[in-house]
Write a protein of this length. Structure first.
Ligand code: ZN
Length: 142
């Protein structure tokens, strides 16, 4: 897949999920920054009893960073922290070109070819590295 094809698929998908770009009041906030592209992201999270009740993002940057954040919110809303950790692990493996579980990553699989564009991998993983800071403070092994 060319970078152009990847962009058009991502943009198409992103345009379906505008509802996750918003600020949630009284939520936990996690900030991420990708200096190589200038992408900025703030995640808003409400967690209770090991479950992600609500999640959204705000920020600016390239379409890959913003689309990735929107898809992450869509896929993680309502999930348990433990489930989210498993998804995160598989997404990061996918971004490095390693074996991963396709069933676990669901629609995020459309980003699989990002591994062939090293300059863009950081854009894709920004939101995932940002939520990593949240997840490691939650769940059974905190
Ligand atoms: Zn970027």
């Amino acid at each position: 897949m060319s970078l152009e094809d990847l962009y058009s698929e991502i943009i198409l998908d992103y345009s379906k999920n505008p509802q996750f770009k918003k600020i949630i009041e009284n939520a936990e906030e996690y900030h991420g920054h990708n200096s190589s592209c200038g992408d900025e992201i703030t995640l808003y999270l409400n967690e209770k009893d090991g479950k992600i009740l609500d999640i959204s993002f705000d920020g600016h940057g390239c379409i890959i960073s913003q689309a990735s954040a929107a898809m992450m919110c869509e896929i993680l809303k309502g999930r348990s922290v433990e489930n989210a950790k498993s998804i995160l692990e598989n997404i990061l493996r996918m971004s490095r070109g390693e074996d991963y579980n396709k069933e676990v990553v669901e629609d995020i699989e459309i980003f699989e070819d990002i591994k062939n564009f090293p300059m863009r991998v950081k854009c894709f993983t920004l939101s995932w590295h940002t939520i990593e800071n949240f997840l490691k403070n939650k769940g059974a092994d905190k």
